[in-house]
Design a binder for this molecule. Sequence first.
Ligand SMILES: Cc1cc2nc3c(=O)[nH]c(=O)nc-3n(C[C@H](O)[C@H](O)[C@H](O)COP(=O)(O)OP(=O)(O)OC[C@H]3O[C@@H](n4cnc5c(N)ncnc54)[C@H](O)[C@@H]3O)c2cc1C
Length: 403
Amino acid sequence: MDFQLTDEHRLVEQSVREWAGREVAPRIKDLDRAHQFDPAIFPQMADLGLLGISVPSQYGGAGMDYISLGIASEELEYVDTSLRVILSVHVGLNGLSLLSWGTEDQKQRYLVPQSQGRKIATFGLTEPAAGSDARGIQSVAIRKGDRFVLSGEKMWISLADVADNFLVFAWTDLDKKKQRDPSGLSAFIVERAFKGFSSGTIKEKWGILAGNTGYFKMDEVEVPEQNLVGRLGEGFKIAMFALDQGRFTVAAGATGLIRACRDASVKYAKERKAFGTEIANHQLVKEMIALMESDYQVSRLLWQRAGWLKNTGQRSTRETGLAKWYSTVASEKAAGNAVQVHGANGYSDDYPVGRFYRNCKGAVIYEGTREVHTLMQADYVLGYRSDRPTRCGLPRYGGHSEG
Ligand SMILES: Cc1cc2nc3c(=O)[nH]c(=O)nc-3n(C[C@H](O)[C@H](O)[C@H](O)COP(=O)(O)OP(=O)(O)OC[C@H]3O[C@@H](n4cnc5c(N)ncnc54)[C@H](O)[C@@H]3O)c2cc1C
């Protein structure tokens, strides 16, 4: 076992930390308060190679391994969840799915510009009436000659109102839709520019306020058959495959959020005095900080193990799910305790911990709710669930960049 990060990993850590600390940290409170998403973030992330971080250079990416993807996620969410969400949907859910399941033509037309940051991409599975129950979605794709006609509405989609390309899931077999047989679902690449596509922003959201979350509607959108991803009927498998990568970034991101809670709490606990001493000297305050530290270290080990499995070409659905579940639940605890350590000051926007508290909750809901992951982990242990290799897999990395 080797727990050392490579020089390349350290470089990713340092460059993302410096950039986010310099360019975003000073502005994030104002952006968050104004509910403002800043699209100028995209070209800056592209310059750092983040928008194609684990995509091979032949497809416009930086060719770095999955540990690098995790490190970038951790560093981004240390500053704000909205930054990590970009990586989760653009690279984790969309880009790496096209890399693994897309045709060469799809990779050239979509993955290359996305990895270079010339196009922004996201993932549309959830609908107004179906989230955890993905088989309950209502969107349909009806074949018409050499095209599919897509109709339906997707809800709670990150970057919905700003992305160019969407990985969308819809029923192509209406009999199977009635029977809820997931082999009737297919995956498509839909462009914002396609006729019949419209989108909007969810304004009532109370967390990740510097990020864009919205909905999109497809009103008989004609999609060329060349944009079918994978084979007809493989949509459910592709959606679940995509979540393995999305959850990985969420796990590493939540780890960064726990670290941010820890660091803010350590700082405040040594500044604030009560009963004649720094509050850091009170044992129950120490306990909260110690819990943040242990949860940070455990969460980091869990996502790194999942990243190692991905690097070595092994399926990691179980390990990635465990990492995502553990770290997001732990981040909610850490953020709640960070507010507690700050007392009433934590209850205002003068300190960042209130933002951490609002931001952490989303990750306990998206990419498999806490309850869905609880059931999954129980089922693995009980022998009710096991995973077989998928038809298409992630390319392996030797623990360092392809170059
Ligand atoms: C900020 C944000 C960003 C998002 N971004 C995206 C995105 O980019 N793309 C996308 O496709 N989706 C996205 N989502 C949607 C997200 O994936 C769903 O919200 C999530 O899957 C849960 O679905 P739901 O909200 O419909 O809740 P439901 O599925 O209705 O669940 C409601 C409650 O019931 C529980 N529950 C449901 N079924 C069971 C069961 N079998 N056993 C026990 N408990 C159960 C759940 O755990 C939950 O507590 C986003 C959501 C948020 C909040």
